[in-house]
Design a binder for this molecule. Structure first.
Ligand code: 8Y4
Length: 274
């Protein structure tokens, strides 16, 4: 796939490292300290094998408060500028807001990662104009309430129908098929059963013919199954990344880049013999 700075071949899976720039309640550093911390984390993830760095300033955790436009810009843009200047990683901006997309791409972001699949006002037009690849993710409901009563007829079929509708909307807006990445949206308005049905159905999503991104790292599909707190989910996260890589996922979005890179290298070694 063609990105602004380079081509990425999806013959093997790539790792997207998660960089959170939502302020944590412990670190009380100013804007510059936050940006330096983000840069250090990004550099470490690139060294560990991340092709992509996903930068998001809005928390999409269930129950998280909405973030204002200015707050999101203040969190995300300085981090993108710093990381663009210091790495050749592909920066992905995790946002649903048209203005954040526009300013992030101007600051150096090369991929728009939108959990709302360009459904917010102005987003599809800005993405078309920006002319960068876009990841379209499935979500049922809105982050604040999406885990209350998820319901599907057939989760894999329903997710595919939604993603195909968004692909069609992108085509109508002038976004070429060669710019699209699809994502089933693990954890976004899905029960534990739905998430595993959707993992079992990943081959069907792959058969839609687009690169596929999956994000399962540390999510409740691990925590609920194994009864593990968020900081006890590494083994589960690696198991899921290994399965996704084996099944043919193209981008794996994770917190733990080094460990995931090892797992992917083992899958690659085996696939080379098949
Ligand atoms: C612990 C840590 C528990 C993090 C839950 C979480 C995806 C995504 C997110 C995804 C794409 C998250 C922005 C949710 N998940 N983008 N973003 N795909 N494309 N929760 O699955 O990581 S945020």
């Amino acid at each position: 796939m063609q990105f602004s700075s380079r081509t990425v071949s999806f013959t093997q899976p790539h790792i997207m490292g998660i960089l959170n720039v939502t302020p944590d309640s412990f670190s009380d550093g100013g804007k510059h300290m936050q940006t330096e911390r983000a840069l250090r984390h990004a550099l470490a993830m690139v060294q560990q094998g991340a092709t992509f760095i996903d930068i998001g300033g809005e928390s999409t955790r269930p129950g998280a408060p909405d973030v204002s436009l200015q707050e999101e810009l203040d969190r995300v843009i300085p981090a993108i500028e710093a990381i663009t200047n210091e790495t050749n990683a592909i920066i992905s901006v995790d946002t649903s807001k048209a203005q954040v997309m526009q300013e992030a791409v101007a600051a150096g972001a090369e991929l728009i990662n939108d959990v709302r699949a360009l459904q917010e006002p102005g987003a599809i037009e800005v993405a078309a104009k920006a002319d960068v690849p876009v990841c379209l993710m499935h979500m049922q409901g809105q982050p604040r309430t999406m885990q209350q009563t998820p319901h599907y007829q057939d989760v894999t079929q329903d997710v595919m129908t939604f993603l195909q509708q968004r692909v069609d909307a992108c085509q109508n807006a002038g976004i070429g098929a060669d710019k699209l990445i699809l994502d089933p949206g693990y954890g976004f308005g899905k029960t534990l059963e739905h998430n595993y049905q959707l993992l079992n159905g990943l081959s069907h999503i792959l058969n839609m013919g687009y690169p596929v991104l999956v994000g399962m790292s540390r999510k409740s599909m691990i925590g609920q199954l194994l009864n593990r707190a968020v900081n006890e989910r590494l083994a589960g996260s690696i198991a899921l990344a290994t399965i996704a890589a084996q099944m043919g996922a193209h981008i794996i979005r994770v917190h733990d880049v080094q460990e995931t890179a090892d797992a992917v290298a083992i899958v690659n070694k085996l696939k080379a013999l098949q």
